[in-house]
Write a protein that binds this ligand. Structure first.
Ligand code: HEC
Length: 147
């Protein structure tokens, strides 16, 4: 009796699942067929995904608008590649003897050379998308490490 009862339960559950699957899958596949036949299906697809794309953009904007990178961030992501190790004859961060004569030139010269490049040092450390102010911040950070 108990067995009968449970097999009836399974049957009911199976029927419910079949109905739900049919209800979900059939309209969906019919829609896909219809829009595939439709010449403007690409446009429709575009407009269907647009709200999502807009949402992603809106989400990405605050990060992009977060403002200029600070000196330490720029130094760590760009300048440290050479100035951290002294690659290509770059004066090492923290090497006071190497920096003293450069610092003596004054900040304006250091900024100018960091922005325009000097010998093996590429303009803006090879990151032309950085603003002049971001470079100045990185120079300040580098000089601060080396005083
Ligand atoms: C590809 C390696 C490299 C990268 C990356 C690099 N530098 Fe340099 N940097 C050099 C070298 C080499 C010198 C020494 C140039 C010379 O005096 O001949 C130098 C010199 C400097 C000087 C001294 C300039 C002077 O007038 O003596 C400053 C300031 C400087 N770099 C700042 C930066 C900043 C800020 C960054 C990151 C935005 C950066 N560098 C990224 C290689 C690099």
């Amino acid at each position: 009796m108990a067995e009968q009862h449970s097999s009836k339960g399974i049957m009911v559950a199976t029927i419910i699942v079949a109905i739900v699957l049919t209800a979900v899958v059939v309209p969906f596949s019919m829609k896909a067929e219809k829009s595939a036949a439709d010449a403007s299906s690409a446009d429709q697809a575009d407009s269907r995904i647009q709200p999502v794309a807009r949402f992603e953009l809106a989400k990405a904007t605050p990060a992009a608008a977060a403002g200029p990178k600070d000196g330490a961030t720029v130094y760590n992501s760009v300048c440290g590649a050479c100035h951290g190790t002294g690659v290509a004859g770059a004066p090492k961060a923290g090497d006071k003897a190497a920096w003293a004569p450069r610092i003596a030139q004054g900040n304006d010269t250091l900024y100018k050379n960091a922005i325009a490049g000097k010998n093996a040092m590429p303009p803006k450390g090879g990151a032309p998308d950085l603003s002049d102010d971001e470079i100045k911040g990185a120079v300040n950070h580098l000089v601060g490490l080396s005083k």
